[in-house]
Write a protein that binds this ligand. Structure first.
Ligand code: KG4
Ligand code: ZN
Length: 338
């Protein structure tokens, strides 16, 4: 069952061909360089870049596969940037109508949850599903705990009340005058530091019993710390590492709380922030303590935004006959919970 998948939810124009859990091709045009000088994603620039690249990206994904051999087309319907989502949806509709293919719509967050189960063209890694999982999505737009109960069945049990974890890292990097996206820059600097938690910045929401996050207070206290200690900016490595540590420690401690509350010790983590090797280690240590396991997306290019993960979700939707009923009416859903 071959699927052409399209995702334009934020600042990556992505297309992929999948067959079940296998990825046959995966093409991503990243707009990072276009947004870099603005320190974040600029919607109008994102829209234009998606429009300019979408055909090329789809053509590349289809290079070894004729569109006539494709069974279904899937597109990310949300959540994400409205003007960006629109571009992918418009293209997917056009192709579905022109080639008379059934269309599937997927929630981008489902993609991040399934990303740990995406396989390469050889079918690796060969992990089977052992429901339920405790899933944590940590990206630039989202920080959410979800019980992944069964295929396509999710229950959100915690989320950020303000900034997402990746967004917090990006904002801290911006305050330090470092590049965008901030996560990878902070990771690089933090690697060079022995005492990773030198400044011991506050860990937000750890005292509350729920599983929600809030990172805006941490960002504010970081801002005032920098204002009060301008000479500290020379210690950029220590600041980067300490900020990263405060975010990660919060994620890990809340995850421990979630494991205890749900009794689920099998974790699936997805979203751009889990590209961070130090964070992966912290999760491994945590599940070791709780005799569980943790699954991450296998390949570096599957950690961030991509269409392969969307295609894999669509495979499960197709099995259940979950197709878009009226293609003409399909519209983007910028704020869309699971
Ligand atoms: O999943 P993603 O690519 O896009 C969204 O759907 O948001 O996540 C992007 C986020 C950004 O905030 C970026 O700074 C963060 O993931 N990120 C990282 C790393 N690579 C990307 N954070 C920490 N360490 C990294 N190596
Ligand atoms: Zn994403």
């Amino acid at each position: 069952m071959k699927i052409l998948a399209i995702d334009t939810s934020c600042d990556e124009t992505a297309a992929a061909i999948t067959d079940g859990r296998r990825v046959l091709s995966n093409v991503i045009y990243s707009q990072v360089l276009l947004h870099k000088k603005w320190g974040g994603v600029v919607p109008s620039i994102a829209k234009r870049a998606h429009e300019e690249k979408i055909e090329f990206v789809i053509a590349e994904a289809l290079k070894k596969h004729k569109i006539t051999e494709i069974d279904y087309i899937v597109v990310t319907q949300g959540p994400g940037l409205a003007v960006a989502l629109e571009v992918g949806i418009k293209k997917a509709k056009e192709l579905a109508i022109k080639y008379q293919k059934k269309l599937i719509s997927v929630n981008h967050l489902e993609g991040h949850i399934y990303s740990a189960f995406v396989q390469n063209s050889q079918g690796n890694p060969k992990r089977n599903f052992k429901f339920p999982y405790l899933s944590l999505i940590i990206s630039g737009g989202h920080t959410e705990f979800v019980i992944f109960k069964n295929h396509l069945e999710y229950q959100i049990i915690g989320e950020t009340l303000d900034d997402a974890a990746g967004e917090a890292l990006d904002k801290a990097a911006k305050l330090l005058g470092l590049g965008y996206p901030g996560g990878p820059v902070l990771e690089r600097l933090a690697k060079e530091v022995e005492n990773k938690d030198f400044h011991n910045f506050p860990r937000p929401m750890l005292k509350s019993n729920d599983l929600n996050f809030s990172f805006s207070g941490l960002k504010t206290s970081f801002y005032y710390f920098l204002k009060k200690n301008p000479n500290q900016t020379s210690e950029v490595k220590l600041l980067a590492s300490s900020f990263q540590e405060a975010v990660f420690d919060t994620l890990i401690k809340k995850t421990e709380k979630a494991i205890k509350q749900t009794g689920i010790n099998r974790l699936v983590v997805g979203g751009g922030v889990i590209a961070n090797l130090h964070l992966r280690q912290l999760f491994r240590k945590l599940v070791g303590k709780h005799h569980g396991e943790v699954l991450f997306p296998s390949y570096k290019y599957l950690t961030g935004d991509n269409a392969a993960m969307i295609g894999v979700v669509a495979g499960f939707k197709a099995e259940k006959d979950l197709f878009v009923k009226n293609i003409d009416e399909l519209d983007r859903i910028p704020r869309w919970s699971l």
